[in-house]
Design a binder for this molecule. Structure first.
Ligand code: FAD
Length: 524
């Protein structure tokens, strides 16, 4: 499709996270000559796996949350023929309860447990339960709505009346759902409960500052996970194959350092190795601050935009512990679930405590996600052994940036990592008794590990914060987040839309690919 000799490609994508790959797959499929440059040795960004001594660990996201998005995309790009997905079941637990979360009824069961612990907060918890169940019903209905984003619009339109007959309650709930998108989760819980312990416990349900609907949908999200056999990495690998099979090009270990402008338009890139590639459209899938504050000549980025980039807050990161353990998958006591969210106590931890503290002990009370994907996919571990990936929310600011100095790892950094890992293992032993005795492989990662591999500021796991007033591209701005104020430059992935995450990262890829394809057809 390249119609001007001066260009090497029709479009260049910087980064091969899920947003970059979806953009690339759509474009390549339509005959657009596309190049994807990725600084890491493999595609995927936060969709990643790595191997150690016969164990395969998922490095970032631990499964794929469909969100009414991914299976449409996977079907379109043939991934359902190439890969095998298993439903990933979640359970939540504390020292005195275990609950597998499979349906809206389980949402009620969870809050009833809380009512037993906090009987003086019954009325508030009942209201929260009603709202959480209504949000859950709404989300399930909404995800089934025929969507012109993935199906031809005539087909989507024809399917709408049938969907409406079955799901009219969801349509009626839209105003209330949107109203809950405008209230901050913390304010919503404060309206309904006054016990500070319960309040803190509830506020752990989503990223801090999330819209109330996200806090309420927390259990709904857990019901929507799927895991590909072989580990998460097979998803970006299959998308990269799809792109190259359709004429696209993937370049790994290729850091893009500069976006080249011609006049007022982005028209090319320069890599760290000094190679220059030109295209009429440049699409960044990388960190927003890095893209607009470091990779562009600063006079082309409006001052107000730069200020917004500096002032906006990034989302939380994670501390992750990857364990290869000498325990057979059938003896991992998650009762068949691949994920278990464990709350060590009911008092909760305020997210500010992680941010401002320098004491690893704050992690002793942190809720942890215990991911044991080898329970449903034994090929991830040597025979008779298991993978255990423990994750908990973390901030880059903890303990003076985890003891790093000028971005370098110090002795203090390593010691902190060890101490936090120990706290998480101690918590996990409530579930997997004797875990510490069975560890054969132990690797841990801080927010700075995520930053190193994905180049996301502070290891931000989902782009900008979920707090609508502190994030760029939140609310209605999501309609412009993929279209930064530099001509012929687009943004895809979680920095383009807040709240971010995998489904929204993929959606922005779908939208931008359509715009770029049309503009190429119309002659830029
Ligand atoms: C531990 C963890 C758990 C998560 N769990 C969930 C979950 O359960 N549900 C959910 O929805 N989301 C989850 N997320 C978030 C989700 O994984 C991300 O929001 C999503 O994958 C981001 O996709 P992206 O397209 O924005 O790209 P990213 O994953 O951020 O990848 C960007 C890619 O671009 C490359 N890159 C950047 N700059 C350059 C450059 N200059 N040159 C070359 N390459 C560059 C990077 O190397 C990287 O590969 C989780 C994240 C983490 C870390």
């Amino acid at each position: 499709m390249t119609n001007q000799k001066k260009f090497d490609y029709d479009a260049i994508i910087i980064g091969s996270g899920i947003g970059g790959l979806i953009t690339g797959a759509y474009l390549a499929e339509q005959g657009v000559k596309v190049l994807i440059c990725e600084h890491h040795k493999q595609p995927g960004g936060n969709f990643t796996s790595f191997k150690r001594k016969g164990y395969t660990f998922d490095g970032g996201i631990q499964g794929c949350e469909d969100g009414g998005v991914f299976f449409h995309l996977f079907r379109r790009f043939g991934l359902l023929d190439r890969l095998e997905f298993k439903k990933s079941h979640f359970a939540i637990a504390s020292p005195d309860f275990y609950l597998r979360v499979d349906s809206v009824a389980d949402v009620g069961t969870f809050y009833r447990k809380l009512k037993n612990i906090y009987p003086h907060e019954s009325d508030g918890i009942e209201q929260i339960t009603r709202d959480a169940q209504a949000c859950c019903d709404f989300m399930f209905s909404f995800q089934k709505m025929p969507n012109a984003m993935y199906t031809p619009w005539k087909e989507a339109l024809a399917g709408f009346p049938g969907w409406y007959r079955e799901h009219s309650a969801a349509v009626k709930y839209v105003p209330e759902f949107f109203q809950k998108l405008t209230i901050i989760m913390e304010d919503y819980f404060k309206q309904h409960v006054s016990d500070p312990d319960l309040y803190r416990f509830l506020c752990q349900m989503s990223y801090s500052g999330s819209p109330a609907s996200f806090g309420l949908l927390f259990l709904t999200f857990l019901m929507d996970y799927y895991h590909p056999m072989g580990g998460v990495q097979v998803i970006p690998d299959a998308l990269a194959d799809y792109i190259t099979e359709h004429g696209g090009e993937m370049k790994y270990r290729t850091l893009v350092e500069e976006i080249i402008m011609e006049g007022d338009k982005a028209q090319g890139i320069r890599t760290e190795a000094g190679d220059i590639y030109r295209a009429p459209f440049i699409i960044s899938n990388g960190d927003a601050r890095r893209t607009y504050l470091k990779m562009l000549p600063q006079d082309v980025v409006p001052e107000s935009y730069k200020q917004e980039l500096r002032q906006s807050t990034v989302s939380e990161s994670f501390f992750t512990l990857f364990l290869g353990v000498d325990i057979p998958p059938e003896e991992i006591p998650t009762r068949g679930c691949s994920h278990l969210l464990f709350f060590p106590d009911y008092r909760g931890v305020d997210s500010e405590a992680y941010k401002s503290s320098d004491d690893p002990d704050v992690y002793a009370r942190a809720p942890i996600d215990i991911n044991v994907n080898s329970v449903h996919d034994p090929s991830l571990a040597p025979e008779g052994k298991s993978t255990v990936v423990i994750q908990t929310g973390a901030f880059a600011e903890f303990a003076d940036n985890w003891g790093t100095k000028d971005g370098k790892r110090t002795k203090k950094y390593k010691a902190l990592k060890e101490k936090v890992a120990d706290r998480l293992i101690a918590t996990a032993e409530n579930v997997i008794h004797g875990l510490s005795e069975k560890i054969e492989v132990k690797v841990s990662g801080t927010p700075y590990t995520f930053e190193r591999y994905t180049l996301n500021s502070g290891g931000a796991s989902a782009g900008w914060t979920f707090h609508p007033q502190k994030a760029m591209n939140s609310g209605l701005k999501f309609l412009t987040g993929f279209n930064p104020p530099v001509k012929n430059l687009f943004q895809v992935g979680h920095w383009a839309m807040s709240p971010g995450g995998a489904p929204s990262g993929a959606i922005t890829g779908r939208i931008v690919s359509e715009i770029v394809k049309r503009r190429l057809e119309w002659g830029f």
